[in-house]
Design a protein around this ligand. Structure first.
Ligand SMILES: [Zn+2]
Length: 367
């Protein structure tokens, strides 16, 4: 429908006050939703939700919200890319889709990311909580975004090639993770260790995997994960010695990288057998050769930006489940898979086409 300027006041029973026969005066509600300090636009059930004038006429249900408040809100959510630009989404009926859009907006507004950039300070972020209810504070925030031409942040951290001078790497990560990983690779090189590629996996093509045992929400999709070079973990020229490190029922790994250097923050001199490393080929612990080693796991994790992960259950029988090579970027992990993917530039529409076809998948935690 076209604009709301022409909506006749008094047609909405929730706003009309009859003062004399044939005379109707509206005093209760301002014309625009963002001007009403008592605002509560919401969905609880089909019998208890916000229905404005437009939806009241269209669906022949009693209005429960003033004027065209819900249409106005929906148009704003469409302008901000939180609802698709279709008539179904600007019908004045506050349903589950509008609720989800409001919740996503509230969650995103609580972050410092703003597109177009620049980001804002954390103290300036929306603090109203993720309720899915459009209250006055949420309405003010929405109008702030409209006035500043901010929209749903897409590609705030686009994928970038991992690039380190003089080192073969390969692969892509989101740009902040690629930079952070590059610094770690450089640090390892400086101690005579290596994190050179080619990497087993970094980011993945946008296609939801259906094979069992592979995460449909992996941080690899999100441009946050790197699988270091497995070839360095055995054979001739072995550099990595991978040590079991149990934590309760979980198995983690610690990677010692052989180095010719004798001093450095992460270098340890080990005598033969001082540490047992695990041979995946033989399925047993073996004495580590005497020499100098960089504790690569500590070097990586002391950046505060990447973490190792535990082995998947059944790793003893399936090398692919050991995950000793997998490290992932931990800075500002997002609440949902969709939130992660939007930050590297994939839209909700693209994800739906690629196989994450419903809200439960899109709103699943990443990782
Ligand atoms: Zn991995």
């Amino acid at each position: 429908m076209a604009g709301n300027a022409g909506v006749a006041q008094g047609t909405n029973p929730t706003t009309a006050v009859v003062v004399a026969k044939g005379t109707v005066t509206v005093v209760a509600f301002p014309l625009n939703y963002w001007e009403y300090s008592g605002l509560q636009l919401y969905f609880k059930s089909k019998k208890d939700n916000s229905i404005d004038n437009t939806a009241s006429k269209k669906y022949k249900q009693a209005a429960t919200a003033p004027h065209d408040y819900v249409v106005q809100l929906q148009k704003d959510l469409i302008a901000l890319n939180y609802l698709p630009a279709k008539d179904d989404y600007r019908d004045g009926y506050f349903g589950p889709e509008t609720q989800r859009a409001v919740a996503r907006f509230q969650r995103h507004a609580a972050r410092p990311y703003r597109m177009p950039q620049p980001d804002i300070g954390t103290g300036e972020c929306f603090a109203g909580g993720e309720t899915g209810v459009c209250d006055f504070a949420t309405a003010q925030e929405i109008r702030k975004w409209i006035s500043k031409n901010w929209t749903l942040p897409l590609a705030r951290f686009p994928l970038r090639a991992i690039s380190v001078v003089g080192v073969v790497t390969g692969g892509k990560l989101r740009e902040d993770a690629a930079a952070a990983w590059g610094e770690i690779v450089t640090l390892a090189q400086a101690q005579g260790a290596t994190l050179e590629g080619p990497y087993g996996d970094t980011t993945r093509v946008l296609q939801r995997m259906t094979k069992s045992g592979t995460s449909r929400y992996s941080f690899h999709y999100c441009g946050r994960a790197v699988d270091i070079n497995q070839a360095l973990g055995g054979g001739n020229g072995q550099r990595y010695f991978i040590v079991k490190e149990a934590s309760g029922q979980q198995m983690y790994w610690r990677i010692y990288c052989k180095t010719a250097n004798s001093s450095g923050a992460h270098i340890k001199a080990l005598t033969k057998g001082q540490v047992k490393y695990y041979s995946f080929f033989n399925g047993k612990d073996i004495d580590i050769p005497a020499g100098n080693y960089v504790d690569l796991t500590t070097l990586i994790e002391s950046s505060g930006k990447f973490e190792r992960i535990k082995a998947q259950s059944g790793w003893e029988k399936d090398y692919n489940k050991t995950e000793w090579w997998h490290f992932q970027y931990i800075v500002a992990k997002q609440a949902t898979f969709l939130d992660e993917m939007e930050l590297i530039g994939y839209s909700e529409q693209q994800l739906r086409i690629a196989g994450w076809s419903n809200d439960a998948m899109l709103d699943h935690p990443p990782g």
